[in-house]
Design a protein. Structure first.
Length: 957
């Protein structure tokens, strides 16, 4: 049985909770004989139909048997609790709380008499409305006395079962569940005071593509309120059912896409905790063994897939590499210049056939390029041999060919005939018994001596010839006198201007200053007077005071004691104090063209050989001795085509004299490689060594470089490698070098700054052990192919630069430029040229400076024969350089190239003549020149310490 009071209670619960039954504060208090909380049995709905309008009692209607005045809780008057009603029962009718009436069996139409429990154990009979909940908002049937009817978008409201008749304003309508329910004629239920006070509600929803969220529409004084359902949104990690699917935080909401983190969701949000050491995949195919790190990052161990000329593809797969090789024999490039015809082999390796390039005599270099040879030709006029004995003066044409000039030998003589040898003529001597005529009437039975001379048996004994007796004739020894006035030497050191008298006598003039001192009104008779005569007799013992510079004269010619054809003794020379070193770069002591150097010391009798230098590891073709330098007791000898660091990489040797013996130390470029020509130029100053490598490639092929070494505890160590800041291919930076103190000069004769191969010079200074560029110099009047910088020399703040193909005195006549430094700025002092310069003299091929003396070599000058060579001496007086003297070999001849190398120190000039033939064709020689003082009117003669006598020729004990 369903009690009325219980029904009220359920109604209130539903309104306050939004989904359950409706609760009421009706408790039945105040009813006579009925306790508060009385309940009406509504277990089943009335069977009777409601017919017509349900109306309250008329004012004159007598209720409950005794009548009821309005406002006393009469039937159908509003109430809030049972005590408000006369019947003691307050109940619902059409959704409002109204007082009921007591009954025995019958009630007004639309009401049913039922037992109502007003308190536990106490019941009363009262009329109960058949439409008590009609039009109250509901959620389901439990909120109604009957059905909860769906009104579409408006919500759901309680109905009342009917057949045909409903209360006024309602109609009986068929429902979807086949029941018939009373519904408002206007189609809309309003909110009663009861529904408003109880905040009764009907269901509603918000929907979109994400989902559907349900809520309530609650009765208010303004009618049903708006739907309070949430807008469905995509689920996020927040402890809420955001999409209203009845599940909280479902799905993979915290997945950060990182396999190295453990993803978790709780009401506070997402957490992604690193899992170090876990296996993972970093997505990089070029790593393997991928593991998670402490930072949650997946990292693998990188590996590199092989690449190469013989690999089509090589792709990482996260473990190793998938490699696809080219077919066997496919063309490729192994990257090696010394190989060609490169092909892929069965192992996927590109390999070529090794080959080499031989350097021809008219080539500076011939370097493999992977196909053939890259050749740099020597300059036009570079010496060579065309292999034809009928030509001489062979020279390169600048395009790789060696071309000689045809020549003829002298006609055959009595005991000698001549054969061409490609340089000159080789004598062929007649046999020792061949008859001849020596032209001497005093001899008989003349015959060849096997050495080219015709000799006869001794005739009559005649006195020896002299300066003034040329010969004796006949058996009577009739003298043939030298003409009167021909210079001679009378053997008297106190006379001058000695001449023959035409009768075989020689007499000189006694000078006024016969005692060697100009006194009073005496005057010297000429440049040979007094002290000068003594000096010439014994140059080692005498010294002059108050003299002026006189002539520079040849004092000694040196040839190698073991010299032979092709040695080129004199290819390089250097002098310092009393030490002279001469290079013979094509000597064969260590094999063909291995090279050597000779060290001489100066004695009272001239230069004497102290030691011949050959390297301990010398080999064929090293050309040891091609460059030499000296300072103090340190000698540098270069071997520019030594192969220690690769073919023609080059090396230098430094020799130090210890107890009279020169000991060797070899120096190499730290980064040397084939074809560098390390040692093409060398210079030394105290403990600093400079080496040029003009074919090094730091700024392009043959751009060139210079290496500086210093001596530390007897060992030469690298200090700095220098390259031109604007270096370029084929500049030949390092073609020449020179050093004085902390100033270094480097020539780059093929630099193109001002014109093609015009050349340039770089000056560097050292500070705190570091060399930096001070100034770059170019000729003031540059022209293409001048080769400015082919030779350099420096003394203090004065620098001389050779420009061997300058055309000022004719095509390739040559010139030299002298610069001086003021502070840190170098400026041109003077451009000098030979006073008698001519075409192709190559003045400037070699240069040397010592203080106020500059010597310039012109190896192709022709005074003593074609390309015999010469050197020019310039002196600085009051800041002006002037030519003092031209020197050449007294016995110079064709092709000698006197001046190919030279050096100057302390009024001595040494000149190398590499192609002199004294010891055989191109055996070479070296000439020593000394400065002879000249008297002035205040000249005096004195002896050096340790010498005495009239001519200072007596050595004191």
């Amino acid at each position: 049985m369903r009690w009325f009071g219980l029904g009220f209670a359920l109604l209130v619960t539903a309104c306050s909770g939004g989904a359950g039954g409706v609760q009421s504060d009706v408790d039945g208090s105040g009813l006579d004989g009925v306790s508060d909380g009385a309940q009406i049995d509504q277990n089943s709905s009335p069977d009777s139909e409601i017919v017509g309008d349900v109306v309250g009692p008329q004012p004159d209607t007598e209720l409950d048997g005794g009548g009821c005045a309005t406002g006393e809780g009469c039937f159908l008057e509003p109430c809030q609790q049972n005590a408000d009603c006369l019947s003691g029962v307050c109940g619902l009718h059409l959704g409002e709380l109204l007082c009921s009436e007591s009954c025995i069996d019958e009630c007004p139409l639309g009401w049913t008499c039922q037992a109502v429990e007003t308190s536990p154990g106490e019941t009363v009979s009262a009329c109960v409305s058949d439409v008590s909940h009609l039009c109250l908002p509901c959620i389901d049937d439990e909120d109604c006395s009957g059905r909860c009817v769906d009104y579409g978008e408006e919500g759901s409201f309680c109905g009342a079962s009917c057949v045909d008749v409903c209360p006024t304003g309602y109609t009986c309508a068929q429902q979807s569940d086949d029941s018939r329910q009373c519904v408002p004629t206007e189609g809309v239920c309003g909110c009663t005071d009861y529904a408003i006070s109880m905040e009764l509600a009907t269901g509603c929803a918000q929907s979109n593509d994400t989902g559907v969220c349900v809520g309530l529409r609650i009765c208010t004084a303004d009618g049903l309120g708006d739907c309070n359902a949430s807008e469905p949104i995509a689920e996020i990690c927040n402890g809420l059912d955001d999409n209203c699917d009845q599940t909280i935080d479902e799905g993979d909401l915290c997945n950060d896409g990182n396999s190295c983190t453990m993803d978790d969701c709780d009401p506070s949000g997402c957490s992604n905790i690193p899992m170090p050491g876990s296996a993972c995949d970093d997505g990089d195919p070029n790593t393997s063994d991928d593991l998670c790190g402490e930072d949650g990052v997946c990292t693998g161990t990188p590996f590199v897939c092989p690449t190469g000329e013989c690999i089509w593809s090589s792709i990482g797969n996260g473990v190793d590499c998938d490699v696809e090789y080219k077919l066997l024999g496919s063309p490729c490039d192994d990257g090696q210049d010394h190989t060609r015809y490169d092909e892929c082999d069965e192992a996927g390796i590109c390999a070529g056939q090794w080959y080499s390039c031989e350097v021809g005599q008219c080539e500076y270099s011939s370097t493999p390029n992977g196909t053939d040879c890259t050749i740099l030709y020597t300059i036009d006029g570079f010496p060579c041999s065309d292999g034809n004995s009928s030509t001489q003066n062979d020279a390169c044409d600048g395009a790789g060919s060696c071309v000689g000039e045809e020549y003829a030998c002298p006609a055959a003589e009595v005991c000698t005939s001549y054969l061409q040898n490609g340089v000159g003529c080789t004598p062929e001597y007649a046999g020792s018994e061949t008859s001849c005529d020596d032209g001497d009437p005093l001899t008989t039975e003349d015959s060849c001596n096997g050495a080219g001379a015709c000799e006869g048996s001794a005739g009559p004994s005649c006195p020896p010839t002299s300066d003034c007796v040329e010969s004796y004739e006949g058996s009577e020894c009739v003298p043939a006198y030298v003409l009167d006035g021909v210079p001679c030497d009378d053997g008297n050191p106190l006379t001058m201007d000695d001449v023959c008298d035409g009768s075989g006598g020689c007499a000189g003039i006694v000078p006024l200053c016969g005692n060697g001192v100009v006194e009073g009104d005496e005057e010297c008779d000429g440049p040979g007077c007094c002290a000068c005569t003594l000096i010439e007799l014994n140059p080692l013992g005498c010294v002059l005071a108050n003299t002026v510079v006189g002539a520079i004269v040849e004092e000694q010619k040196l040839t190698a004691d073991d010299g032979t054809s092709g040695d080129c003794f004199g290819y390089s020379v250097a002098i310092r104090d009393d030490i002279l070193v001469v290079g013979a770069n094509l000597d064969d002591d260590n094999g063909n063209d291995s090279g050597s150097a000779y060290v001489y010391t100066r004695t009272v009798d001239g230069w004497a050989l102290e030691q011949k230098l050959v390297p301990s590891d010398g080999d064929v073709g090293d050309v040891f001795g091609e460059r030499v330098a000296i300072h103090g007791e340190r000698i540098v000898v270069a071997a520019r085509v030594d192969d220690d660091m690769g073919l023609d990489s080059g090396s230098v040797y430094v020799y130090t004299r210890v107890d009279g013996v020169w000991t060797e130390q070899k120096v190499l470029a730290t980064d040397g490689t084939q074809g560098d020509y390390f040692g093409h130029s060398v210079a030394i100053y105290e403990d600093t060594l400079v080496v040029g490598a003009n074919f090094d490639d730091p700024m392009g092929i043959n751009s060139g470089s210079v290496y500086v070494f210093t001596e530390a505890i007897g060992v030469w160590v690298p200090q700095q490698k220098i390259t031109a800041f604007d270096g370029a291919e084929a500049d030949l930076f390092g073609d020449s070098v020179a050093i004085s103190g902390d100033t270094l000069v480097v020539g780059a004769r093929l630099d193109n700054d001002t014109a093609v191969n015009s050349g340039s010079v770089y000056v560097y200074t050292r500070s705190m052990g570091t060399w930096s560029l001070e100034q770059k110099l170019v000729a003031s009047d540059p022209d293409a192919f001048d080769y400015f910088g082919a030779s350099v020399s420096i003394s203090g703040d004065t620098l001389v630069v050779g420009s061997i193909h300058d055309d000022a005195n004719g095509y390739q006549s040559g010139a030299a430029y002298i610069y001086s430094r003021n502070g840190t700025e170098w400026s041109l002092d003077q451009k000098i040229m030979a006073s008698d310069g001519g075409e192709e003299d190559e003045f400037g091929y070699s240069v040397a400076i010592d203080g106020d003396v500059v010597v310039v070599g012109a190896r192709s000058e022709d005074e003593k024969g074609n390309n015999s060579g010469a050197a020019y001496i310039f002196l600085r007086t009051n800041g002006v350089w002037s030519e003092q003297q031209k020197i050449s070999a007294a016995d110079g001849g064709n092709g000698d190239e006197f001046g190919f190398s030279l050096s100057v120190a302390e009024a001595r000039v040494v000149v190398g003549v590499r192609l002199d033939d004294d010891k055989g064709a191109d055996s070479g020689s070296t000439y020593d020149f000394g400065v002879r003082p000249q008297c002035s009117t205040v000249s005096t003669c004195a002896c050096k310490p340790g010498f005495s006598g009239a001519d200072c020729g007596t050595v004191d004990p």
